[in-house]
Design a protein around this ligand. Sequence first.
Ligand code: PMP
Length: 434
Amino acid sequence: MTPQEIRDLHSKYLFPCTVNYYQESLPLVRGKGTSLWDAEGREYLDFFGGILTVSLGHCDDEVNAKIKEQVDTLQHTSTLYPTPPIVLLAKRLAEIAPEGSGISQTFFTGSGTEADETAIMLAKIATGQQEVIVQRHSYSGRSHLNTTLTAHSNYRALPSQIAGVKHIHAPYCYRCPFKLSYPSCDLACARDMKELIDTTTNGKPAAFMAEPIMGVGGFVTPPKDYFKVAVEIVRAHGGLFIADEVQTFARTGDTWWGIEQFGVQPDIITTAKGIANGVPMGVTMTRPELAKKWTASTISTFGGNPVSCTAATATLDAIDGRDLLKNAATMGKHLRAGLEALQAKHELIGDVRGMGLMQALELVEDRKTKAPARKAIAALFEDTRRRGLLIGKGGLYGNVVRITPPLNVTKDEVDRALKLLDEAFTEIAAKVPA
Ligand code: PMP
C-alpha cells in the first residue's frame, strides 16, 4: 500500500479522535531494533520506543521466537484456566517486586487503563474507604474512571464522571504550583496532602495513586524525598499507595521499578506498555492480604493471555540476561549529559529532566516567562521527522519532548539522536522566532 492509501483508509474507517503525530501522518510498515521504516522504505531512529513499549526494540528475535512457539502451542485461554505462561510470569513478577514490599500476587488484564482501574477498585475494596487521590498532570488511561483520574482537560471527552477523585498539586518543580524552590520549599506540594485530605475528602482516602515520574504529563520528576512525605500522610489516614509504573517500569536506571528510586514501598503496583515488548498486557500486583479481600468473581478474557505472558517473561529474561537495567543507567547518563549540552546551546530548551532512559526537554519561548513553545515544538517534530528521528510529545501544554529509546540502545545510537536533535534545534531557531 502507498502511504496515501493508508492515510485515506485511516480517515475513512477510524474514529477521527484517533490521534496521529505530524501534520501529515506517518504510516509505518516495519520495525527492527531501534529502527522503523515507513511505507516508502525510509528508515527512522525510534527514540520514543513505541510509546515506551518496545523495551528491547522492535521485533526482538529472542522474544519473537518465543511468541511464535507459543502461538502454535496454546494461543488463548482467558483467566478461566491456569496455564504455564500465566503462572510462570506471575512467579517472575513476584521475584522482581520491590524487595521488602511483600508484593507477590498479580491480576492480569490487557492494558494500562485496566491495570489502573483494577488497582483503584482493589484499594477501595481492601480499605473499605472510597475516595482516591491522584496528581494534577497525571495520566491513567481512557475509560470513564481513568479519564476522571487523568488530569489533562484535553483527554477528557466528557466532564469528570466518577465521584470521589481528588487531584493534588503536582511536584512540578520547573513550574512549582506554590512558586517555591526545592529544597527551601520543604516539599510544600507533598505536605499539601494533609490539607487536601482534611478539606476535600471525608478524611478516609482509599488510595493515593501516582506515577513515580509522570509520563504523559511530561516526565515531571519529583524530588527524591517527595513520596516519603506524601505517602506517610496518606497512610496515616488509612489509605494505600499505588505506584503506576506503566511508563517507569525498568527505565529509570538500575532498578526494575521507578518507585525504588524514591525509597518508598508501594502497596499496589500497576504496569503495562514495556513489560511485554509491545504485546498487550496489563499488570496489577499487590500483597496477598490485600488481594484476598477481593471476594467477588472477576474475569478478564484477554488477561493473562498465554502469548502475552510468554512475551512478558521473555522480555524480563532479556532485560535481566542482557543487563539492561544497568544499560538504562549508563546510557541514560550519557543521553542526559548530551541533552544538557543541547540546553546550554539552544535557548528553546527551558528544562531537562527525567531519570535513566526517560528524559524530557521542556521547550519555552522565553526562559524567564516560561511560556510554552507550542509553535517551536510543532516545527521540531516536522524537522526531526525529515531527519529520520522519532521522538515523543507530552506535557499539559504539549511543549515537552519525551526521549525514551529502547533499553538496549547503544552509545552510537544515542550520539546519532543527539546530533540530529542539535541540527533540528539549530534549524528551527533560524525559522521559528522564539
Ligand atoms: N498509566 C500511565 C502512566 C500511562 O502512561 C498510560 C498510557 N499512556 C496508562 C496508564 C494507560 O495505558 P493504556 O494506554 O495501555 O491503557
